[in-house]
Design a protein around this ligand. Structure first.
Ligand code: MN
Length: 468
């Protein structure tokens, strides 16, 4: 593992680093929290981070798209794609206990009475078809009622009025298991919700069971990712810890005996998730920094957080079985979830064919993968045009198309039958030993840069075709 040192992943230092690097767009106009802010954020997805000074009548500024593109991630971490993957791997394999400190700025202001989340915070109404206003950058911290192990995960919270929200619990999520354990004892599950916390926690909370099983603690992964213990403080009303430097913390409990209808909400797939039953979160205390920054996710940010985690996980499990795999890329067009490009290096005749084993190994590693393209390692797998060139020039469907019907995918894909569908493999590699016959010929470099040129009409060119 490359030595990447200690990484400063603090929320405020990330905001400052992005600002200094010219990667923070300050929005001075007053924008409406109903549809307008979220639309602005979505229009700037994949570009600079955003800082809205004025949102509706709220005094609190809103920050978005912090980690919504590679350039931002690079600015915050000071690391390239491989470096960020190495940091995530370090969090998984070399976790560290967080350090408990006596107090922190996240408890500078404490509100226990008259909590009205909708007036206290500029919670956005994102899309016309959404059921209401949602917290979306909310990391939920809880403790397993049986084992005491902590868990942290992203869940959207829909405002219900006053101090209550709905909390979306997808199938298979650890928090759902913890809630079920509390419910069976007819007890509430105490939780703390962090909005604008250390970004190492955001990465850890973006992990899924395949990366970090139930018995593992996401706060320890966050510390390992940073390379130094994350400083946490005790919450005031629940037996949980939160990062000391967090902007906003909501303390309270998931009620065991009340369900509401949550949603619809526009999901990461670009399609509305249907309304469904969800538990109720009752907030007993709100703590925050002085002049807190409200953080919201309205674009592809969580997708990008999960990307290095999933890629590292896929690479690790494929390489055990198929060592010719050099690198993998979950493509943005496939929502960093459904389509994978793999680069392989065939060194010996007996490596031939392993590129197809790798297709199946990838599907085994991440069930959501529906389309896997394998190319030789002369192709830049992060350049979609280069990958498509390889498919155009090196792939023959009658020979190189692999179909695997009736396999399990993600139930959100409307074309599937409840998640069951055919996986597609595209083997765009060249048979062993013949790569040099099908290499893309490079364009020669120009001998100089300072050619005299101009743009018309007819400028400085004497040929009669340009004459009056
Ligand atoms: Mn977990």
């Amino acid at each position: 593992m490359a030595d990447i040192g200690v990484i400063d992943t603090g929320f405020r230092s990330a905001v400052r680093k992005l600002d200094r690097a010219g990667r923070m767009l300050h929005v001075h106009d007053r924008l409406d929290p109903y549809l307008e802010v979220a639309a602005f954020v979505k229009h700037h997805d994949g570009d600079r981070a955003l800082f809205f000074q004025r949102v509706g009548d709220h005094a609190m500024p809103v920050c978005a798209n912090l980690l919504a593109c590679h350039a931002n991630i690079l600015t915050v971490f000071g690391l390239d794609v491989q470096g960020v993957r190495a940091a995530v791997e370090r969090g998984i394999h070399r976790p560290l206990p967080p350090r408990l400190v006596d107090g922190g700025p996240c408890q500078d202001v404490v509100v226990r009475d008259g909590i009205d989340l909708g007036t206290m915070f500029p919670v956005l109404h994102h899309m016309p078809g959404d059921a209401g206003r949602f917290f979306t950058a909310s990391v939920v911290i809880a403790r397993d009622p049986e084992t005491g192990t902590r868990n942290a995960s992203f869940h959207r919270l829909q405002l219900l009025g006053g101090n209550e929200t709905a909390l979306k619990l997808d199938l298979g999520r650890h928090l759902r298991l913890l809630y079920g354990k509390a419910q069976r004892k007819a007890e509430a599950l105490p939780i703390a919700v962090v909005i604008g916390g250390d970004l190492s926690l955001a990465f850890a909370a973006g992990s899924m069971g395949a990366h970090l099983p139930l018995e593992r603690d996401e706060l320890e992964m966050a510390s390992g990712l940073r390379g130094a213990p994350l400083e946490v403080v005790k919450c005031l009303t629940v037996d949980l810890e939160v990062p000391a430097e967090s902007e906003i913390v909501l303390e309270g409990e998931l009620l065991p005996d009340r369900a509401v209808i949550e949603g619809p909400f526009l999901e990461f797939t670009g399609l509305y998730a249907e309304a469904g039953p969800s538990p109720v979160f009752r907030v007993h205390a709100v703590t925050h920094r002085r002049q807190p920054i409200y953080y919201t996710v309205a674009g592809g940010e969580v997708r990008l957080l999960r990307k290095p985690l999933m890629e590292a996980g896929i690479l690790r499990s494929i390489r055990n079985a198929v060592p010719i795999v050099q690198d993998v890329e979950l493509t943005p067009g496939g929502l960093c979830r459904f389509h994978l490009v793999m680069a392989v290096r065939k060194e010996r005749p007996e490596d031939e064919g392993l590129q197809r084993n790798a297709i199946f190994a990838a599907i085994a590693a991440l069930k959501d993968l529906d389309l896997i393209t394998v190319v030789d390692n002369d192709i830049d797998i992060r350049d979609p045009r280069a990958v498509e060139w390889a498919v155009a020039m090196r792939f023959e469907a009658s020979r190189d198309l692999i179909l695997m019907p009736g396999a399990r995918g993600h139930e959100y894909v409307p074309a599937s039958e409840g998640g069951i569908r055919t996986k597609v493999g595209i083997d765009a590699t060249v048979p062993f030993g013949r790569l040099d016959e099908v290499r893309r010929v490079p364009v020669p470099p120009l001998p100089r840069e300072d050619y005299a040129t101009s743009v018309g009409p007819g400028a400085e060119t004497s040929h009669p075709v340009f004459g009056g």
